[in-house]
Design a binder for this molecule. Structure first.
Ligand code: HEM
Length: 305
């Protein structure tokens, strides 16, 4: 979908993700994070940060935004995972998408009878189209939770192995938003997210891309471009990384970047404030990274305090 057609559909939900809307959601996000930190502190040590905090926080947040019951998170997390796994068979991915679609369609049918104060209810109101709204719901559910979850675990791991960065944020939490931008640049977890098909012959950097040819724009390479970022392989929370392409670029850039930024900032501030002794319970070279997904991530992150 291109141009005006894409824009008009995108506009159905852009109002839901404005800074003002997300600022209003922040107290609830803080509560979600605090509850997960309580659970982490009450549990055994070492604990897996992915399971106890990194996955549940964005899942709870997206459920809150969309109006999806969190009790179903096991179901949609599993389907989302299949859809984002590059090694999954096409048929398996198709089946996962159909199941998610059917789930959202049923949920929307319920919202038609009993409207809620949530994005899905308003989307259904705006479009008057349950099938379309269900498809949109799948997109938001898939795009909205594993991505942020991975940034929480990778970001925590990186902070914990960089004592200087950790100290900088602990001394001055106003630096956290800048640190979040640096994490988004440094990891560029959606490294294969920007895929396009040329609709007409186009020349880029002296290479002609013919109409119909596919292009994968590797934003991770752009985010490590020394002409754009000094010493790009260095993780430096004090650099100005705001020009990164971790959320894509232009008319298709990430719709959920405001909630994602708010969640990440609140998570890191809360972790540093409430668990000052947080440390990695396993050296980084022993951790298992997920390379087979569309989104880069850690399988688990054992921590202690
Ligand atoms: C740190 C977390 C996140 C990262 C790194 C991320 C990354 C991206 C990237 C790179 C794109 C651009 C894809 C392209 O150019 O085709 C994108 C698009 C998108 N993202 Fe995110 N995302 C994150 C969180 C979220 C959240 C929380 C939501 C929803 C609440 C979301 C919803 C979307 C949607 C709907 C699009 C498609 C926009 C369009 O095509 O107009 N994302 N995201």
């Amino acid at each position: 979908m291109d141009g005006a057609e894409h824009l008009s559909q995108r506009r159905w939900v852009t109002g839901e993700f404005t800074l003002k809307r997300i600022a209003a959601l922040e107290p609830r996000l803080q509560q979600i994070v605090d509850e997960r930190v309580d659970a982490l502190l009450a549990g055994p040590r070492p604990a897996d940060l992915v399971e106890t905090l990194a996955l549940p926080v964005p899942s709870l947040a997206i459920c809150e935004l969309l109006g999806v019951p969190y009790r179903d998170h096991g179901f949609f997390q599993e389907r989302t995972n299949t859809m984002l796994r590059r090694t999954a068979a096409r048929a398996e991915q198709g089946a996962a998408m159909l199941e998610l679609n059917a789930y959202l369609d049923e949920l929307l049918a319920h919202k038609q009878r009993e409207p809620g104060d949530d994005l899905l209810t308003r989307l259904l109101d705006r479009t008057g189209d349950r099938k379309m709204s269900a498809g949109f719901g799948v997109l938001l559910l898939v795009a909205g939770h594993e991505t942020t979850a991975n940034m929480i675990s990778l970001g925590t791991m990186t902070l914990l192995e960089n004592p200087q960065s950790l100290a900088a944020l602990r001394d001055d939490p106003t630096k956290t938003p800048g640190a979040v931008e640096e994490m988004l640049r440094y990891f560029t977890i959606g490294e294969y997210a920007v895929v396009r098909v040329a609709v007409e012959d186009t020349e880029i950097g002296g290479t002609t891309i013919r109409a119909g040819e596919g292009v994968i724009a590797l934003s991770n390479t752009a985010n490590r471009d020394p002409d754009a970022f000094d010493d790009p392989d260095l993780f430096d929370v004090t650099r100005d990384a705001r020009a990164h392409l971790g959320f894509g670029y232009g008319s298709r850039s990430c719709l959920g970047q405001n909630p994602a930024r708010a969640e990440l900032r609140i998570v890191f501030d809360t972790l540093l404030r409430r668990i000052p002794g947080l440390r990695l319970a396993q050296p980084v070279d022993k951790l298992s990274f997920k390379e087979e997904g569309v989104v880069y991530r850690l399988h688990e992150l054992p921590v202690a305090w």
